[in-house]
Design a protein around this ligand. Structure first.
Ligand code: NAP
Ligand code: MG
Length: 498
């Protein structure tokens, strides 16, 4: 069975990417300038495709088409049931390409294919289906003010939404934004990250196949300049962004300097993973912590990158974590047996190595040094590292690494653990392992984090809102609450003669 799947993955990995064009206006197209950029694979640096290198003039064209579509009301004015049918069909077209998309994702950005298939693309499809179903379940409100005065409260779509995405889980994060923005009737312009565009380009093309009207879903490919043009555009009504704090700041500034477009930001994290000595199953706590920390090579915004361990179990627990981290297989992400693939690109790998270097100068000890492991030479691989003796104020405890580097810090009491957990500028995720309900509730109320997992929690399910406090951003993806990001309230008051 496994062999059959592996053979199929190998076959798919030799196919040319299905979509290599942008979508602007009436369909697939090149950049106005004709410029292209090479898409390379972090597996071996090979070129997989050439895609349009869009700039501000392409963004102008896309915004004009999005505005025309919105004003023509072909989408926002469509019967919600019909809108739902198109979105459901879209989700099913994506589902029909589940494995090819997972393989393409793996080639494009290095996620192990098992994770791309069973996790990322699977959660993307689930989110598209879920939001498709909301399209005809969004009810407006009515307020009876007087016997002859009736007010209607509409949840009106915003208009033209720019969705700017990161490279680390593009299909899934893309679905979290496209699903609710489209279900509520907006026109969306998608800007994938230059390092991971191919899967989103195909997903968007399938949207056109499913029947999304012209101008409702467009894709401008290329680097940050296309995103910057969207953020600064006078006729874009909202930007929904996932990525770094640095770019998030640029987007807010551009919104302020242009038309005060609405902005929502999902940014980085430095999530604490608190392991209390009274946790009932330390073995599975170690297993889950390691999987979550090193999955996707640690390139997960919510990864539990700070392991806070209570002193009595510190030694044994760290030993278990190191053993498990060491046993993870680093290699070709197209092999189903690989646990970690390559880092997204060479400069990101150099940045991670720089962080390890700096931390060692600050006095951390590497209980596991990923730099010394044997990994494939072609490609940007880096094995897991586990650092102990980490100063809670030091760089490894404070700065996001976005790579396979775990920082271990010890504590005595739960209050100390909470204070440590809250001592960074981030507030995205947190986890706690304990068999005492009192402890976990006490801690959960005090942890400043958008998403808290107790004794393992759950995966990135669409049913739950996702996002952060503090400098991890604002606004929530997923759940019905995400619909609020793409609509605003409009009241209509009717005064009748009798
Ligand atoms: P990034 O560098 O901030 O890029 C994100 C997106 O913004 C990319 O599409 C990028 O384009 C674009 N961009 C670059 N400069 C821009 C500008 N001046 N104006 C508008 N857009 C611009 O982030 P990344 O390296 O892709 O992703 C890693 C970061 O994302 C990490 O910090 C991670 O924590 C965070 N992240 C957060 C979440 C979350 O949900 N909270 C999830 C995943 C990742 P190009 O890349 O094409 O240049
Ligand atoms: Mg790539």
């Amino acid at each position: 069975m496994l062999d059959d799947r592996q053979t199929e993955i190998r076959r798919l990995s030799h196919l040319a990417p299905p979509t290599t064009q942008a979508i602007i206006g009436s369909g697939l197209c090149s950049a106005c300038s004709g410029a292209t950029r090479a898409v390379t694979s972090p597996i071996d640096g090979s070129t997989i495709a050439q895609i349009p290198d869009c700039d501000a003039s392409d963004v102008d064209r896309a915004v004009a088409a999005a505005r025309r579509a919105f004003e023509a009301r072909h989408w926002q004015g469509m019967a919600p049931k019909q809108r739902k049918r198109i979105l459901v069909k879209w989700a099913e077209l994506v589902a029909a390409e589940h494995l090819p998309l997972a393989v393409l994702e793996s080639r494009d950005m290095g996620m192990p294919v098992g994770m791309a298939d069973g996790f990322e693309v699977a959660f993307a499809i689930d989110a598209l289906r879920w939001y498709a179903e909301t399209a005809d379940k969004i009810y407006d409100e009515m307020v009876q003010l007087e016997d002859n005065v009736t007010s209607l409260v509409f949840h009106a779509p915003l208009g033209v939404v720019g969705a700017i995405l990161p490279w680390n889980a593009p299909a899934m994060i893309g679905a979290w934004k496209l699903g609710p923005a489209l279900a509520t009737g907006n026109s969306v312009i998608l800007k994938p990250a230059e390092d991971a565009s191919l899967v989103l380009m195909r997903i968007a093309e399938l949207g056109l196949e499913a029947g999304l009207p012209e101008g409702v879903l467009q894709v401008v490919t290329g680097d940050g300049k296309a995103g910057a043009a969207l953020a600064a555009h006078m006729d874009v009504d909202a930007i929904t962004f996932t990525g770094s704090g640095e770019v998030g700041r640029h987007i807010m500034a551009a919104a302020a300097a242009s038309n005060l477009k609405r902005v929502s930001l999902e940014l980085g994290g430095k999530s604490a993973n608190i392991v209390m000595a009274d946790a009932s199953d330390l073995e599975s706590a170690a297993e889950v912590s390691v999987r979550f920390m090193f999955g996707n090579q640690g390139q997960v915004c919510e990864a539990p990158t700070r392991l806070l361990v209570q002193k009595p179990i510190r030694e044994a627990f760290v030993e278990a974590v190191v053993k498990k981290a060491k046993s993870l297989k680093v290699g070709d992400p197209l092999e189903l047996t690989s646990d970690l693939g390559p880092i997204i690109n060479e400069s990101q790998r150099a940045m991670i190595l720089g962080r390890i270097e700096q931390a060692t100068r600050e006095g951390v000890r590497l209980a596991l040094d990923g730099r010394t492991a044997t990994v494939p030479q072609a490609g940007t691989y880096l094995a897991p590292s586990v650092a102990t003796n980490v100063d809670p104020k030091g760089s490894l405890a404070q700065e996001e690494v976005f790579g396979p580097v775990l920082a271990v810090i010890e504590f005595d009491t739960v209050d100390e653990a909470i204070a440590l957990a809250n001592s960074t500028r981030y507030g995205l995720g947190a986890s706690i392992w304990s068999s005492h309900l009192d402890t976990v509730l006490y801690a959960s109320k005090r942890l400043v984090a958008g998403n808290i997992a107790v004794n393992g929690g759950t995966g990135p399910v669409v049913e739950l809102p996702f996002g952060g406090f503090k400098q991890s951003g604002f606004g929530r993806d997923r759940s019905l609450h995400a619909l609020e990001k793409y609509t605003d309230l409009k009241t209509v008051t009717l005064r009748t003669a009798r």
